[in-house]
Design a protein around this ligand. Sequence first.
Ligand code: FAD
Ligand code: NAD
Length: 510
Amino acid sequence: MTDTHVNLGIIGSGSGNSLITPFWDDQRVMIAERGVFGGTCLNVGCIPTKMFVRPASLARIPEEAARLGVEQRTVSVDWPAIRDRVFGRIDPISEGGERYRRDELDNVELVSETVVLDGPVSTSGPKPFGDPKLLRTEDGSRISCEQLVIAAGSRAVLPDIPGIDLPGVHTSDTIMRLDELPARVLVLGGGYIACEFAGVFSGLGSEVVQLNRGPRLLSRSDQEISEAFTEVAAQRWDVRLNTTVASFSPAPGGGIIAELTGTRTGAGTGAGARAANGAAEASDGADGARERIEADVVLVAVGRRPNSDLVGAAEAGIDLLPDGRIAVDEYQRVLAGGAPVPGLYALGDVCSEAQLKHVANHEARVVAHNLEHPEDLRAARHEAIPGAVFSDPEVAQVGLTEAEAIALIGAENVTAKTQRYGDTAYGWAMEDEFGLFKVVADRRDGQILGAHVLGYQASNLIQVVIMAMSFGIDAYTAARGQYWIHPALMEVAENALLGLDVPLPEHPAL
Ligand SMILES: Cc1cc2nc3c(=O)[nH]c(=O)nc-3n(C[C@H](O)[C@H](O)[C@H](O)COP(=O)(O)OP(=O)(O)OC[C@H]3O[C@@H](n4cnc5c(N)ncnc54)[C@H](O)[C@@H]3O)c2cc1C
Ligand SMILES: NC(=O)c1ccc[n+]([C@@H]2O[C@H](COP(=O)([O-])OP(=O)(O)OC[C@H]3O[C@@H](n4cnc5c(N)ncnc54)[C@H](O)[C@@H]3O)[C@@H](O)[C@H]2O)c1
């Protein structure tokens, strides 16, 4: 590649790819992608994982049907067919997107390799974009960018455990492409990714053992929801809490042996747990030897780190947060020495606290506007960011947990209501046993501070509270200012809102 100058440079083809709007049709654009075109969400994240979640949920239906007097059987699970359906749809989208960027746009150059910042960034220079931002490719070519966006994402953290590099030890990047459904899966971690894959593999019929370092799964969720999720998960697969892995080693007949460390508490009691306990080689007997678990594959899901190092951010003098994220201001402008670098933006996992696709996409819309309108910058909105864990059961949340609300405004000013699905009409129809819809609000004015949902369709049911929070609708008005279809499951949200101890507005809706 020869040295070149572009009006817009973009590092990363995930949400970064959406920045190339028609505005740039007559200007030079360079987009760099070191991996598979389209980024995490499309290729190894949100989309394929949820395409596995759906068949896993279907495979579990007989358990629920039996409670309602219907006998069904999941006869078989065809892993290669499920996998090929997922990637048969995704891979062509990635390939088509790459082809379009590479071949069909005269003004856009796709650089399919790692690019890094070449030298320190400058907070001065001519208005409005400052000094050019310089990049270096692997072959040493230089790209000078009038404006540059770092949308370099994040990658799985691999803890320093002996044997972590054995072939049977996977991250979410590789585990979905396995040749066959593993009979025994060991999942390390208790967050989003670990809980989603534990749900998928146990639903499809694998024996799953999930190890978490802390005392609860989804420990950043509201405590009541996290405890309830941990309890239900432990009935479906084997959950080991306060436990991690000291080492991995190859098992004699293939597979992996994990040597555990930590106190073993909270082990599951349900069908999945019993099956998986059978696969565990408990050997922490009187001799003090550590317990060992043998599995066909291991999934390591203990967090993701921002890719700021892969773009040479520290070397270029960019401010980094303690966890390695690039520091940005409210307009998504990258900071150096505490000051914004003109014409240099970051978005998505490389800079955001919430590593979520809808956040990366919102920030991309903000950055797209700011690139095109440098004299009319718009700020990103980071309030009421929702998230959902598509495990079995689902968990969804928005805003503050009850504990966070108490810490912020004092226990005397917080009201919370947890409505059980099972105490609503549709919950009776479902014979629901564990679903919860919790709302947290400010007792003084009824402002909704957060919502936390566990159970069927949690990711959809929560949207009504996200909307109320986003538009500043108080809890009473959200509940009584609209009709709720009877007897839809959504009544669980209405009942939770009505159960809060909040003042009535001046003219309360009836
Ligand atoms: C298994 C899994 C499931 C997920 N499920 C969900 C979900 O259900 N809902 C949700 O909201 N979020 C989910 N997420 C999170 C979501 O995928 C991310 O938040 C989102 O994709 C981040 O987008 P991004 O554009 O910031 O980064 P990415 O999409 O990761 O794009 C960054 C790109 O930059 C490239 N790159 C990095 N450095 C360089 C360099 N120096 N030179 C050239 N290229 C470079 C990378 O190769 C990468 O392709 C999931 C994540 C995972 C891993
Ligand atoms: N549905 C979604 O929106 C979705 C799905 C997947 C991923 N994501 C995003 O990706 C991010 C990363 O996901 P993640 O699950 O890897 O990380 P996470 O930060 O959500 O959870 C990491 C978990 O691993 C545990 N842990 C850490 N070190 C450990 C060790 N050595 N042994 C055992 N347990 C250990 C932690 O206690 C924690 O429970 C999420 O925070 C989320 O933002 C979102």
